[in-house]
Ligand binder design. Sequence first.
Ligand SMILES: CC(=O)SCCNC(=O)CCNC(=O)[C@H](O)C(C)(C)COP(=O)(O)OP(=O)(O)OC[C@H]1O[C@@H](n2cnc3c(N)ncnc32)[C@H](O)[C@@H]1OP(=O)(O)O
Ligand SMILES: CC(C)C(=O)C(=O)O
Length: 582
Amino acid sequence: MSSLQDPIGKYLPYVAIDLPNREWPSRRVTSPPVWCSTDLRDGNQALEQPMTVEQKTLFFRHLVKCGFKEIEIAFPSASSAEFDFVQTLIKDGEIPDDVWIQVMTPARPDLIIRTMEALAGANKAIVQFYAAGCPCFREVVYNKTEEELVDRVVQATDLLRQLADENRAKYGTKFRLCYALETFSQTEPDMALKICTAVKEAWGPGEDGPMIMCLPSTTEVAPTNHFADQIEYFCKNFKYRKDVVISLHTHNDRGTAVAASEVGLLAGADRVDGTLFGNGERSGNVDIVTLALNLFTQGIHPGLDFGNLQESIDIYTKCTQLPIHPRHPYSGSLVYTAFSGSHQDAIKKGLEKRALALANGVSPCRWDIPYLLLDPADIGRNYDALIRVNSQSGKGGIAFIIKERLGVDLPRPVQVEFYNVVQSLNEKRQKDMPTEEIIQLFRSYYYFGDSAAANARLILDTSSVSIATSPDSGSTSFRGTIVSDGKRHTIYGEGETEQIAFLSALEKPLGCYFGIRQGDERTPVSYGQTITTTFVHLGRRGPPGADAATWGVGLDREPSIARLRSVVSAVNKLLGSRHIHA
Ligand SMILES: CC(=O)SCCNC(=O)CCNC(=O)[C@H](O)C(C)(C)COP(=O)(O)OP(=O)(O)OC[C@H]1O[C@@H](n2cnc3c(N)ncnc32)[C@H](O)[C@@H]1OP(=O)(O)O
Ligand SMILES: CC(C)C(=O)C(=O)O
């Protein structure tokens, strides 16, 4: 069996930057960055099967709909499909006036020329060219000295400026340059400054807007505090800082791309490029949905619209053929679901408190629900999946489902009673119980609604019921028709309340004596109509030691009928027999 070897010597720790007065730890982000989607380039280049023109077009339209104003659409020199895609978007008028398309090229003259050809006719274009700066790339990949590398990027910038001028003259295209110092986070800080200064000076002030300096963690190799130091150091020491937009492009090799971008913004960056759901090379780019919703849950509108997140998920999965993990932040199918009892209980209480505050007109009503960072409704989800029941669940979660689906607000003892029923089934099944099944079980267990009546030994014909209260004695009389074990009886009884009168009327045909031990009636709930829910705890007198008691539930628009129904429910449970559980 293999075991993890001693890593000392094989892997080197990062070299910390001397930044004694670092400011990023105490800063706050108060407004969103400029966003750039790189789904159609970095995302696309990492797919087993890169997107077709149709898929890219669909994705592009969606990015526009989400509100991206800068969209990297292709690596035009990679293939004719990529080249043609750029031309198709331009010629078909797909690009809104306020959107800058971005394309990517290495700092190679042949590829730069081809890239600029692809932009013929564009209105607004950002050309991103890249060359890595770190020692490994200089030595291993390019075989170039620092000076030779600087020369290469300066020559590339000169060529880009010349071609941009030509395109501008021919098509009126507005051009901005983005230089991506690939492997920035592995490049010596002063080398990073040197190479970016050379590019900026070669490009000049830029006619159509500020130049962009993209500082990527091409491969994420160190903790995020180090990345933040690198960005702050660059921002403080780059002499053209005020003239450029600093952009972040973080990868997720250590699983901290989101955190790296967040601290990078604190450290002074202005722009973030990344992909929806973090698609991209290896473990991906930064997930822009997560970043944006992280801002949203701090009370800052991200300037991107993920109000219908399912649409983004559907388009993403269709175009990339990649799934979203069920536990993916904000987007996963299970991230707004609690299975465990104490989570469910807390969520239920939080939502009830919020409902009360909303009903009392509290506005704005702060979202403060245990375990739920975001209101699922904000991204277009409903509350159906909030609670799912398995053997780890408790009474609170089950009560939540019954309340949400049936409008029945169970009192605590009924919650406990029904929880025990669900729990004993769950323990046998060893898997979660779908909501529909819980509802069905509730109906049948409490002989609730028409479907449950089929199993009932006692049925009350509610249309036959007449209840009267004597003004003299104050006593209430009940008259009505029941069906007991298939036989029809017209019965009569008297008592202090309609429930007691009904119970006394039942004694003869059923041959049993029942007594009310406890009752509970809930404020009528409104589901288009006003419904009263009544709960009764009913005892049956049996032989010594064999007394039984149970809860019954009754619902009706008419409060007195709801009370009688609760008695029917409890009596049926006590009589048992024809009752069949799920
Ligand atoms: C970190 C990133 O994601 S960067 C973006 C990466 N994306 C892509 O590569 C997707 C599209 N790429 C492609 O289709 C192809 O790589 C092409 C068409 C661009 C180039 O293909 P080829 O000409 O066959 O070259 P290849 O990809 O093997 O590149 C290697 C050469 O480019 C050089 N090179 C690599 N990056 C750069 C750069 N940024 N600037 C200048 N030269 C570079 C290498 O040093 C190497 O040169 P050498 O042949 O003299 O040793
Ligand atoms: C070249 C840049 C933008 C990049 O994709 C990276 O470094 O990961």
